[in-house]
Design a protein around this ligand. Structure first.
Ligand SMILES: C[S@@+](CC[C@H](N)C(=O)[O-])C[C@H]1O[C@@H](n2cnc3c(N)ncnc32)[C@H](O)[C@@H]1O
Length: 296
């Protein structure tokens, strides 16, 4: 997270890193300057996640806030330290039967979730795509399987013909895209009729109604729409020590650490506080692609 090359060189260890609202604000105010300008946003996120992809390959395979619910799927011993992040994938993907299906994951990051889908749910094929070329290089090095492929690709112009997939998975990535409505149209285009869009995302509280209207307009029926805020916050709480230790190891400067604490939703920091206050809503969806004639 907030990766810098040669982690450890000249690194000052930060003993407790207490939350500091003033530092939080300084850090989060810097980012919107790059991200607020639509023409720059895609490039800004791409650069941001290129940095993440260059962090220690052994340190983490997923980059989401996690899910602490009742179901605890079995994991390999080397996945246990990221249990909550895997559980978020499980929560989203277990909504439908993916066995022998063709599955696309958009915004696959470092590929741990894509590899989990390929092994756990028995699909015929899973293709993970991401905008950051360094992330795709890492995915190809780290995750191999007969039913697993990784490609560079933009969510706004999916590099596949119409009706190529039975399911599209998207976990904590669409908040980066220049237009969610444009992305939903692309998902509907690459899905076969009756296919499923399995989707987890974070919204401003007031956005939820508009988002669900946009999903329906793109040609989806809502099979399940759920707030998972409580489970995501519980995962952030329980996973704090690991995230904090990772950030302290990988980020050398105070500023990058503070930005990373925010992005990682460390309790007491900006994004965590907004989630806990309900101003940001984490939601999970299972959507079915309607035949074009029924889409409205
Ligand atoms: C928070 S990470 C989540 C990664 C992964 N889903 C996970 O849970 O570990 C968001 C990912 O979305 C990717 N992303 C951002 N904009 C994108 C776009 N326009 N097209 C494809 N991927 C994009 C980023 O490069 C990053 O890897």
């Amino acid at each position: 997270m907030g990766a810098e090359r040669n982690p450890g060189a000249g690194m000052k260890h930060s003993p407790t890193n207490p939350a500091s609202p003033a530092r939080d604000w300084a850090a989060v105010l810097l980012l919107p300057i790059a991200f607020a300008i639509p023409a720059l946003r895609r490039r800004a996120w791409r650069s941001f996640y290129q940095l993440f992809a260059s962090a220690d390959p052994d340190a983490f395979a997923l980059m989401n806030y996690g899910y602490a619910g009742e179901t605890q799927p079995p994991l390999d011993p080397d996945q246990e330290h990221e249990r909550y992040a895997y559980q978020l994938y499980h929560r989203v993907a277990a909504a439908v039967d993916l066995s022998d299906r063709d599955v696309l994951e958009v915004g696959c990051g470092r590929g741990g979730g894509t590899a989990y889908l390929a092994r756990r749910f028995g699909p015929r094929l899973v293709v993970g795509i991401d905008l950051a070329p360094a992330a795709i290089r890492l995915c190809r090095e780290r995750h191999r399987g007969d039913n697993l492929r990784f490609e560079i690709g933009d969510a706004m112009a999916l590099p596949f013909p119409d009706a190529s997939f039975d399911a599209v998975v998207n976990v904590e990535s669409a908040f980066c895209y220049p237009s969610r409505a444009g992305f939903y149209a692309e998902v509907r285009r690459v899905l076969r009729d009756g296919g499923h869009f399995l989707y987890a995302d974070i919204f401003d509280r007031g956005q939820v109604g508009r988002i669900e209207t946009a999903l329906q307009r793109a040609g989806f029926a809502l099979v399940e729409a759920a707030s998972i805020n409580d489970e995501v916050i519980a995962a952030c709480d329980r996973d704090t020590d690991r995230r904090r230790a990772l950030i302290d190891r990988l980020c050398r400067s105070r500023l990058t650490r503070t930005i990373a604490y925010n992005f990682a939703a460390i309790p007491g920091h900006f994004i965590y506080r907004r989630l806990a206050a309900g101003r940001r809503q984490y939601r999970a969806y299972c959507l079915r692609a309607l035949e074009k004639a029924h889409a409205g």
